[in-house]
Each structure stands twice: as structure tokens, then as C-alpha cells.
Ligand binder design. Sequence first.
Ligand code: BT5
Length: 324
Amino acid sequence: QSEIRKELLDAFTNAGDSYLSGQHIAELIGCSRTAVWKHIEELRKDGFELEAVRRKGYRILKTPERITADEIRLGLKTKFMGKNIHYEESVDSTQKIAHRFAYEDVPEGTAIIAEEQISGRGRMDRKWHSPKFSGVWMSLILRPNIPLTKAPQLTLLTAVAVVQAIEEMTDLVPEIKWPNDILINGKKVTGILTELQAEADRIHSIIVGIGINVNQKPVDFPLELQEIASSLLIEKGAPVSRADLIRSIFTHFEKLYLLYLDEGFFPIKLLWESYAVSIGNHLKARTITHTIEGKALGITDEGVLKLEDENGVIHQIYSADIEL
Ligand code: BT5
């Protein structure tokens, strides 16, 4: 199979800008014309754009823009973040692989990156749409020596790192919506999912899942997301290199993470607040058990959302969906 793919790509390479007829390809790789058609369809599925012209044949218009681990590594100056990259073309969820790896004691900072997720997930088993070649679908494995209750702080820290990386790569102005969304012009471009492996009161690993819509066009989103979601390409008007973006996330993340381990959450909190969209606004927080409405006062030094209801009672919200 991969031999045929290689021969096919070689044939297109040699053909340059001219068309390759089905007959010619069939002869080159020694198969039937129906089989040629099948191989061409497979190329399309893998992100190649092909033009088919009657009586002339096929021509490759665009190759898929893949992320390669080498491309990310080139120029990466971190100590441990992203030093160990596990790359897959298609997975059910990078979180699932990360959980397995975390058990196997891979080094801290290991990143699992996929071109596509078949069943990418959000919080509470919601779906995360992760189409091929257009986003950053990545899970990071961390082993901080912190109490279990502080794990949600990593979600806020990750949000800051991703905002800083987006700012480095574009002139867009991303905003953080507590706890785990990054919005641009009010639409969600990033979701973060923090999961734990712990025994009793000791954290074994924290797995931070990051999903960023990078190069999707409006039509690439399913109907139900078109109003609420966006991508960097849509907002910027030009594609963004996913490899560069990932490298930038590793760099910012490591800096923030080392600061966090050294000085605690407070410096992260200050940065987080400078990017937060919800502070001072009236909002609705839907927790698993109930809904609280009120004014967002900010987050505590621990990263917990403070909400003041109409009676002046201040509620501390540990986890919720926020409606602005
Ligand atoms: C999140 O959940 O926002 C966390 C998403 C984490 C995804 C990453 S990708 C790598 C790693 N592997 C995984 O399997 N997951 C992580 P939550 O706050 O529950 O938001 C989920 C909701 O966001 C859905 O119910 C949709 O409404 C919406 N949504 C789904 N896909 C989206 C997308 N691509 N862009 C924007 N919004 C989306």
C-alpha cells in the first residue's frame, strides 16, 4: 500500500505541472484504472487537492500541510516542553493516548499531537470537532508536585500560554473566558481540557488537552458550530503555520510553568486577569447542580471564580459553563 503511494507521488513529482493520465499511472504502478481511481481518492482523503481533467488526467494542485515533529523541533529552545513528541495522523483522542503514556512514565513535557481526532472530546464528554490538517489537537503530560485541588490552575496557565502564542503569531486579540475557552471577536477558537491521574492525594500526571482551530474555513465547521466557533485563519484572513504555533506554545508554556512551580499561582493570576473577558460582566454560571447569575468579580488567588449575586452574596465557582 505505502509502496504504491510512494510510486504514485514519485510519478506526480516527475510529471511536474503536466497531467498524468489514468492509463499512464496504471502502467507505471502496475494496476488497473479502477485501482488508480481508488488511490487518487485516497490521496484526496488525506488532504491532497487534485484536479481531474477529461482526456488529460490528474494533476496535484496542493499538498496537505502536515505538521512534522522535525519541523516543530527545529528552533525549539525549551528544556523539557515538547522535547518528546508523539505524532499520529489519526487518533480517536490525543487525551486517550496521553493517559496511556502517562502510566508508562514518559518524561514530563511529552506532547501527543494528531492531524485529526475521530472522537475528540470536551468537558463532560462533549464532542470536540477536530478535522484533519487544520487544527492543533494536542495533549501535554505534566507531573507537577502540587496538591490535587490546585490542578485546575493548570487550565488557566495553559490558557495564558496559548493566548501569548496566538499573539506572537498574529496581530489578533484573544480573550480568555473562564475557565477554559479562548475567544477571538467573541467566538471560540480554543478549548482546554485538564484531566488527572492521581492516587489518594498525590498527582501522578496531569494531562492538558489543547484544541485550537487554526486553518479551518467557515464551511469546515458543522452547522451547529458556525455561529459560535472560529479559526485563526478566519479571524486573521491568512493561514497560520501550526508547527510554528505549537513551538511557540511550548516556549510560553514552559516559562509560565517554571514560574508557577517557583512562585505559585499569583503571577499567573495577574497575567490571566489581563487577558480575561468575563471580569466585571454580568454572567450565568451553570454548574453540575445549579445555575448562579451575577457579576464576575474576578478569580481568587487559587483560580476560583468569584461571582456576586443580586443579593450581594459572593459565590465561589470551581467549575462551570459560563454564559456571557
Ligand atoms: C472544551 O470543552 O472546550 C475542551 C476541548 C479540548 C479539546 C482538546 S483537542 C486535544 C485533546 N484531545 C481531546 O479529545 N480533547 C482535547 P468544553 O468547554 O466542554 O466545550 C465543548 C463544546 O465546544 C462543544 O459542546 C461544542 O459546543 C463546542 N465545540 C466543539 N468543537 C469545537 C471546535 N472545534 N471549536 C469551537 N467550539 C467547539
